[in-house]
Ligand binder design. Structure first.
Ligand code: T46
Length: 138
């Protein structure tokens, strides 16, 4: 996991807000082929509960606040995304959950690959088995 502070450009007139940008392979460590976002989620809901064999992603909460739990099979780390200019890189072999801390928070994700259900590990025991057998070199 790695936190990124994304580049912000504040408008001269504060009422015109802020623009955030980043470029693949320059500002973040990988290139992305897919973008998706999740919205309309109520406070307290937890999504995720899976790991990826190979997928790398950048998670950004573009509105609201979402807590991301990342578990490498040995320890868990919690990150609160509550700033649209903050990104969290989540690499391969990390079991993750996303807990909505505020109604209607929006999670934007940039993924290095197209959607492939066979890349998901949705069973925690299977995840731990793969960690123990060294599937991911840490
Ligand atoms: C992740 C976290 C942060 C697709 O058909 N295409 C897609 O690109 C995606 C992302 C999902 N789907 C389908 C698969 C399921 O039938 O949409 C349904 C909901 O997906 P899922 O239950 O995996 O959603 P989350 O919010 O638990 O997890 C998602 C991503 O799937 C996952 O890669 O890391 O967001």
């Amino acid at each position: 996991m790695q936190e990124y502070s994304l580049t912000k450009k504040n408008a001269e007139n504060p009422e015109e807000g802020t623009l955030v940008f980043f470029e693949a392979n320059k500002d973040i460590s990988f290139s992305f082929k897919r973008v998706y976002y999740t919205y309309g989620v109520k406070e307290g809901i937890i999504r995720g509960h899976h790991a990826h064999k190979a997928l790398e992603q950048l998670l950004i909460c573009v509105y609201g606040a979402i807590e991301i739990m990342c578990d490498d099979g040995k320890k868990k780390e919690y990150t609160v995304l509550d700033d649209p200019a903050k990104g969290l890189y989540v690499g391969r072999g990390i079991w993750r959950t996303m807990k909505w801390l505020k109604d209607d928070s929006v999670l934007l994700v940039l993924a290095c690959e197209y959607y492939d259900e066979s890349d998901y590990i949705r069973d925690y025991d299977e995840f731990i088995r793969l960690v123990k057998e060294g599937y991911w070199k840490r």
